[in-house]
Write a protein that binds this ligand. Sequence first.
Ligand code: COA
Length: 251
Amino acid sequence: MSEHLVEVGRDGAVCTLLLNREQKLNALSSALERELQDALASDAVRTSACVVIAGKGRAFSAGADITEFAERTPEAVLAYYRETGDVYEQVAALAQPTLSAIHGYCLGGGLELALATDFRIADETAVFGFPEVGLGILPSSGGTHRAVRLLGPARAKELILLRDRLTAAEALAAGLVTEVVAAGRARERALELAHGLAALPATAVAVTKGTIDAATDASREAALLIERLAYGLLAQTRDAQTAADEFGGSR
Ligand code: COA
């Protein structure tokens, strides 16, 4: 059996996507991105309640594959986003919650992949950074946009322009990661959270995730309207009605 660059695993309702290019620190080649796209389209992901992304070996990912940087005409760059470079947006667009379990290097495109997930669980060995500007480019797989949204412009500029690397503790203090755990425990903790999320009413989780994501870009009026419409939808679900019956609620 040929080895996959992305290993897809399932534990109950939780799907794990394991980056499997450890000899290159899980550098995100276009072949790996293509396998990630295929994985996202697989039944294992589509029917899951929660997705965990992790890296094999000694790193989460050392970023975009630098050896593929040779031909970068404007046409090649546009073709890249048409073919595999959109996979980060596909991760972000998943309806179910997503978590990154991060250890070791989480650089450049690796950090952009992590930022495309809902939660980042790092272990104490994790090292974060955006080396792009030093290489004469910039984070361009949603990284600048998501860093600004998550951290604010000043912190994003600090991360992208001023700082080489952030430790796990510094990343936690900056708000870049959700939680820091002991070395070697990130996947276990991410899976624990994933199973907790998978046990919640799936429609409520998906609609709430979508509502939060939409609120980031919407006016206050639109965000409030979406929230109320979402409530109108969710209140009709069997889960909500059963919960209301159990507690004798009438709202
Ligand atoms: N693209 C392609 N290959 C990469 C890579 C990347 N982004 N990052 C690491 N690798 C490869 C190395 O070339 C090396 O391959 P080799 O064993 O065939 O020579 C292997 O992965 C291990 O990396 P190595 O550099 O030996 O490990 P290290 O622990 O000494 O250093 C890093 C780790 C992450 C500091 C270093 O590999 C690095 O700086 N990588 C580039 C990071 C980067 O700039 N990413 C953003 C791109 S926009």
